[in-house]
Design a binder for this molecule. Structure first.
Ligand code: PLP
Ligand code: COI
Length: 368
């Protein structure tokens, strides 16, 4: 597949939205953004074909995408996406966090889903282009951001089962507040023993829609039980902790060691990687290894495990109060947020919002 074929120049055609929201309408949305319900006035769209490579990069008014009913994505789910944020710093400038890591992860997802790889410079340029027209949509209140959602799918109208020869890549953006309605309050999570998120040799490590589709029933069970997220175990032995429906998991031991599951069927979170780096910078030990649900349960019961948290772009770092299972609970619903959890969260967000020096070179400016 000629999937690294890029146009000679990164020249986006820009069509402004004649029906863009007024300043007042935008400010009303930014005052209470919620998560994932409001979108900016524009979007990025880049075409790819097997014969022409990446072409026709453009910024256009946000709006419906015309699809042939036979478009392969609608039948076989050949789709991938990314999730990242644009942060407004105190001086008004707009930054994003480790975009190369998202670009590379999208390339890995693309390989797994037999989609074309979008070159990293093209990926980052697509974010800059969107922010150039929709930068006013980046909110400035504490803890708010503009959530960026790059995605790519098989657009070719063809019902044979093979990798599509026509694909489009888009970026849309959505002003965001807290992902969970309770803000950063500790959450309850539901342990699904009936359903797995990913199987051996499957797509668990890719950010592809099908993984989320297969998590929805388990997520609905979690919601019924008053839990914010579902926790999945490995699909082979049903014993090792994998991740939540949309976040990674980290456990903190009483000696300060942070432990996170190692598995080739979970999504390698950029938030998790960054948090663990910050912990290592503090001299703490980080272990990426298999963790069984029994170890988690016994560790909390014995006092060896003192904190647990979920992390991801949307939810940042969210303390876990309790894991509820059919016949047991780990932790307790009224548990307070852990100190290390909250201080790592603070340090990460301080870097993202430019309140602390960016010592790892994680930030990329998107405006100007
Ligand atoms: N795991 C899953 C299934 C996710 O959807 C996400 C969120 O993107 C993560 C983990 C965390 O990844 P990141 O920190 O890169 O957002
Ligand atoms: C993200 O954190 O970016 C995700 O994609 C997870 C989803 C729960 C919104």
């Amino acid at each position: 597949m000629k999937n690294l074929l890029a146009p000679a120049e990164l020249s986006f055609a820009v069509t402004k939205n004649d029906s863009a929201r007024s300043v007042e309408e935008r400010e009303a949305i930014l005052a209470d953004p919620g998560f994932g319900t409001n979108f900016t006035d524009h979007m990025v769209d880049i075409c790819w074909s097997e014969w022409g490579g990446w072409h026709r990069p453009r910024v256009q008014p946000y709006g419906p995408i015309a699809l042939d009913p036979a478009a392969a994505v609608l039948h076989y789910g050949q789709e991938i996406f990314e999730g990242m944020k644009a942060y407004r710093h105190a001086d008004g400038s707009i930054w994003t966090f480790r975009p190369e890591a998202n670009a590379e992860r999208m390339q890995r997802s693309a390989r797994r889903l037999a989609l074309p790889e979008l070159p990293t410079d093209y990926f980052i340029e697509s974010l800059r282009q969107l922010v150039a027209v929709d930068g006013d949509w980046v909110p400035s209140a504490p803890e708010t951001s503009l959530y960026l959602r790059p995605f790519m799918f098989a657009k070719e109208a063809f019902l044979g089962v093979r990798p599509a020869k026509k694909v489009n890549y888009y970026v849309i953006a959505s002003p965001a507040g807290a992902y969970f309605t309770g803000g950063v309050a500790p959450v309850a999570i539901w342990l699904s023993t009936e359903y797995a998120r990913a199987g051996r040799g499957g797509t668990g490590a890719a950010k592809t829609g099908g993984n989320y589709a297969s998590s929805l029933l388990a997520q609905a069970e979690a919601t019924e039980r008053g839990c914010a997220q579902v926790l999945f175990l490995d699909s082979v032995e049903g014993k090792y902790v994998e991740e939540l429906g949309g976040m990674n998991v980290v456990l903190v031991y009483k000696d300060g060691t942070l432990v996170t599951p190692l598995s080739d069927s979970i999504l390698e979170g950029i938030t998790r990687d960054s948090i663990l780096q910050l912990a290592e910078d503090r001299g703490l030990t980080v272990e990426r290894r298999r963790v069984s649900i029994d170890e988690w349960r016994e560790g909390v019961a014995s006092g060896d495990i003192v904190e647990m948290f979920a992390c991801g772009t949307a939810a940042v770092v969210t303390p876990i109060a309790v894991v509820k299972a059919e016949d047991f609970e780990i932790g307790s619903a009224d548990a307070a947020a852990g100190d290390l959890t909250m201080s790592l969260r603070q340090e990460l967000t301080d870097i993202q919002y430019g309140r602390l020096p960016d010592r790892h070179g994680w930030l990329t400016r998107l405006d100007g």
